[in-house]
Structures are given as C-alpha cells and as structure tokens.
Design a protein around this ligand. Structure first.
Ligand code: NAP
Length: 326
C-alpha cells in the first residue's frame, strides 16, 4: 500500500462488508485527518448499508459516524489542534477506515481515563443525548426521566448522563438481564417491556418529566399518559413506526412539548457547538468516573460484517466497536 492509499470497509446493498484499498483523504479547510484507532458501530450504519439512509451531500460513501485516534495532518486554518493530539470525533461518514476526516469543531479531546476503543463510542451517543435530553428537552436535576431502549448505545449513555445530572432515571429494555444493566448504570427502575407495562409502572411511580423515545408509534399514547404537566417527549428514532395516531388533546391538557432531531444532517457549526458543550459538561463526569461508555463487543475492522450481524440480532448492550489499530 502506498502513502496515498488506505484500507477501508466497502459496503454495497445486499453484499457482505469487505475490506478494500481506496485513496487516503487529505484534510480541507477546517478539517483534521485522523489516524483511526477505533470506530463506533451505530444502528444508522445498518440502515445506510441497506440503502435507506444515504450519506449527506459531500460525505464519504464509507460507513462510520464516529472514531477515536490520533491527528496526523491539519487542513488550512486549523489552529486548535496539532499533529499527534489524541482525539475522538463525530464524522459525516468514513469512520470504518484507517484514516478519516473530521471537522475541527466536531473533534474532541480523548478523555485521559478512556481507551481508544471506549472513546470511539462517545461522539454519536453523547452528542445525541446531550442535544435531545439536555438542550431540547431541558432535563433538570431532580426531574424524572424515562429512556426507552435503555440497554442500547444511546440508552446506556442517557441513563448515566441523566443520573450524573441528578435526575431520577427509568428505562425500558427487552430482557431482565438488560434491565439489571440499566439499574447498575443508574436507573432507579428498569422495566422489561416484554413482561411489564411501562405505562402502569410509571403512572404508579408518579409519572415522568422527560421521555427519550426511539420506538415511536406503539409508545406515543403511553408516553403522553405518563408525562407530567409541562412534560417533554423527544424523538431520536422510530424503530416501530413514525406514522402516529393518538389523542393529541393530552398535549393541551398537560402542556406537553414534543421534539426530535437527527445529528447527521446538522451543520458543522451546530455539531461544533454541541461538541464544545459536551466537552464542557460531560468530559468532567468522565474524569470523575461518573460516566463511562458501556462497550459490550469489539471486532477487528476486517470483521465489520460480524459486528453488523451482532447488532442485527439485538442481543448486544451498549456499544459495538471496530478496532482498527491493536
Ligand atoms: N436522531 C439521532 O441523531 C440519532 C443518533 C444516533 C442513533 N439514533 C437512533 O437511536 C436508536 C438507538 O441507537 P443505537 O446505536 O444505540 O442502537 P441499538 O444499540 O441497536 O439500540 C436499539 C435499541 O432499541 C431497543 N428497542 C427496540 N424495540 C423496543 C421497544 N419496543 N421498547 C423499548 N426498547 C426497544 C432495543 O432494546 P431491546 O433489545 O431491549 O429490545 C435496542 O437496545 C437507533 O434507532 C438509532 O437509529 C438516532
């Protein structure tokens, strides 16, 4: 392999993920080139691979939304980073590779207490949770918070951050084992949605102020039922349907706000603002040991296919990571 090429994972609809050699990218203005040590696997990667989530204009075709590694080169105008800095970054694509480009604002210092593998699981989940739960739904210390899919990458992050913030945390998950994990991470009570009705449990508990939902349709009315007056419902995905019918009068009666967002299509400026805010507020929690990404499986880059198969089965918890440098 020459200095001008690198190994990356090639994806095509209906085809297995395989390694191939492609041109090594070079950083443009305001970009940094990162030698990738580890890359996070996210549910949106599986959706993109299936051809249902095309990369935004200008983004690399290669999968991968988050990486951790070492800065190798700087684009024009970059002053806040230098070659050799250990970082993690949100990338618009291209994370499943030996090198990836990141905008300088979406690049964050690698927390000293974390390995590259752990830090590769930070950017997508932390910025998504930080944006939706803390910026948009304005969770306050002392409030009650419910996250659906509590054992997921997003869920394990949301539980820990909300708990560190001083909220009372509830979660749903699909097995008793996953529920116990949620409780070890800080949930006061996790509800196995296959054997219990979260609406009944949380109505009995007095309701919640904020719900972070990734399930959608079947949970809409139940979420409205358990939200308190001035409650906030925020969406990051609709795993079971985004076309929703329900009794919207509850929104008026309880003055409930509904919001949602998706990170990937937001501007570099917005993502940079979120990254700076997360580094200011969440990185100290990492240093204090109050938040640590929960990584349950690590695969070599060459086994990206097996990593996707693992996520497809749904029996993982927290993050699945691809290790690029061992
Ligand atoms: N909007 C954004 O900016 C953004 C950013 C990142 C991710 N996302 C989305 O957020 C979701 C989580 O992402 P991830 O990477 O953390 O994926 P993941 O680990 O695969 O999480 C999916 C989770 O959904 C849970 N789930 C499925 N049906 C459920 C139900 N009926 N009730 C409760 N939980 C249910 C699963 O839990 P069980 O196994 O316990 O059923 C699983 O833990 C994905 O849909 C992803 O596309 C959105």
């Amino acid at each position: 392999m020459s200095n001008l090429t690198m190994i990356a994972v090639k994806s095509a609809v209906g085809q297995p993920l395989v390694l191939h050699e492609i041109g090594k990218p070079s950083p443009g203005p305001a970009q940094v080139l990162i030698r990738v040590h580890a890359a996070g696997v996210n549910r949106p990667d599986l959706i993109q691979r299936a051809g249902k989530y095309p990369p935004p204009p200008g983004a690399p075709e290669t999968l991968g939304l988050e990486v951790a590694g070492v800065i190798e080169a700087l684009g024009k105008g970059v002053t806040r980073w230098k070659a050799g800095d250990r970082v993690c970054a949100l990338v618009p694509g291209g994370g499943y590779a030996e090198y990836a480009l990141a905008h300088e604002g979406s690049t964050m210092p690698l927390p000293e207490s974390l390995t590259y593998v752990e830090a590769a699981g930070l950017p997508e989940t932390v910025l998504t949770v930080w944006n939706n739960v803390f910026h948009m739904a304005r969770l306050k210390p002392g409030e009650a918070f419910l996250v659906h899919g509590g054992a997921s990458g997003i869920g394990t992050t949301a539980i820990q951050l909300a708990y560190a913030w001083g909220a009372t945390v509830y979660a749903t998950a699909g097995t008793d084992e996953k529920c116990r994990l949620c409780e070890r991470l800080g949930a006061k009570r996790a509800i196995n949605y296959r054997t219990e009705d979260f609406e009944t449990v949380l109505r009995d508990a007095g309701g919640v102020d904020v719900v972070l939902d990734m399930v959608g349709k079947p949970y809409f009315e139940k979420n409205l039922a358990i939200l308190k007056d001035l409650g906030r419902l925020t969406y990051i995905a609709f795993l079971q349907g985004s076309r929703i019918e329900g009794d919207f009068s509850r929104l008026m009666l309880k003055r409930i706000s509904v919001s949602g967002s998706t990170l990937r299509i937001r501007s570099d400026e917005h993502r940079g603002m979120l990254a700076a805010s997360a580094v200011e507020h969440v990185w100290p929690w990492i240093a204090e040991g109050r938040f640590r990404p929960h990584v349950s499986a690590v695969f070599p880059l060459a086994e990206a296919e097996a990593a996707h198969a693992k996520m497809e089965t749904g029996d993982h918890t927290g993050k699945i990571i691809l290790q690029v440098v061992t």
